[in-house]
Design a protein around this ligand. Structure first.
Ligand code: GDP
Ligand code: MG
Length: 215
């Protein structure tokens, strides 16, 4: 039917959280259905700079005129670099209706704390992510929530995602340097967020997390 192809509504969903918690991998899993190991934000940047280099090409014509050739893809990457954003669209079915979710990823600015609050301005929902095997990323969640709410200027539905849950058993010390399920749940409750533990590596709860937010 038509509703399969024409989204009934579009929502802007932002992936946020510290660098390397797995945001880009999460989006890859949603959009391509598989785990993409070793995504590197630096590759993106090198590619961006290379395309900037190639994107304006001066071509000498026979009569000595110069024309400026803009390479569309190069331009997109160039803009992405400066705007610092990138989004993919995932369409899902919700209550029998087709809904489009724009999944906004950052281009690594979270690394330099240079994400401006205005980034969250028109967000319909946020997937706020930490890495269960890295307590520092969990300790930063309150700052992120503060930024989201200040940037949006209102309450925004948040799904708090304890990501890389596959690593908890595998690589956490007996002293418990990993973030437990109950600590995550507690924080989510205090912040009025929905809690879920995910792993783009195994696929665990990835789509479910998105559906929770969409609902
Ligand atoms: P971002 O900076 O938040 O976008 O993080 P990335 O998506 O670039 O992921 C950072 C690193 O974590 C990469 O090496 C990923 O392969 C790895 N990673 C992402 N998700 C998982 C996961 O669920 N399990 C494990 N074990 N590693 C993951
Ligand atoms: Mg990333």
């Amino acid at each position: 039917t038509d509703s399969t192809f024409y989204p009934h509504r579009t929502f802007k969903v932002i992936l946020a959280g510290d660098a390397a918690v797995g945001k880009t991998t999460f989006i890859e899993r949603i959009c391509h259905g598989h785990f993409t190991p070793n995504l590197s934000s630096t590759i993106g940047k090198e590619f961006t700079l290379a395309s900037l280099f190639f994107c304006i090409q001066l071509k000498v014509l026979h009569d000595g005129l110069y024309i400026l050739v803009w390479d569309y893809v190069g331009l997109l990457h160039f803009l992405q670099f400066f705007l610092g954003v990138d989004f993919r669209v995932k369409t899902i079915e919700l209550d029998g209706k087709c809904v489009a979710l724009q999944l906004w990823d950052t281009a690594g600015q979270e690394r330099f704390r240079s994400l401006t609050k205005s980034y969250f301005r028109r967000a319909d929902g946020v997937i706020l992510m930490y890495d269960v095997s890295n307590e520092r990323t969990f300790a930063n969640i309150r700052n992120w929530i503060h930024n989201v709410e200040e940037g949006a200027g209102r309450k925004v539905p948040i799904v708090l995602s304890g990501n890389k849950v596959d690593l908890r058993e595998e690589s956490c010390s007996p002293q418990g340097l990993c973030v437990s399920h109950s600590d995550g749940e507690k924080l989510a409750m205090q912040c009025g967020a929905i809690f879920v533990e995910t792993s783009p590596k195994t696929g665990h709860n990835v789509f479910e997390a998105l559906m929770m937010l969409a609902k």
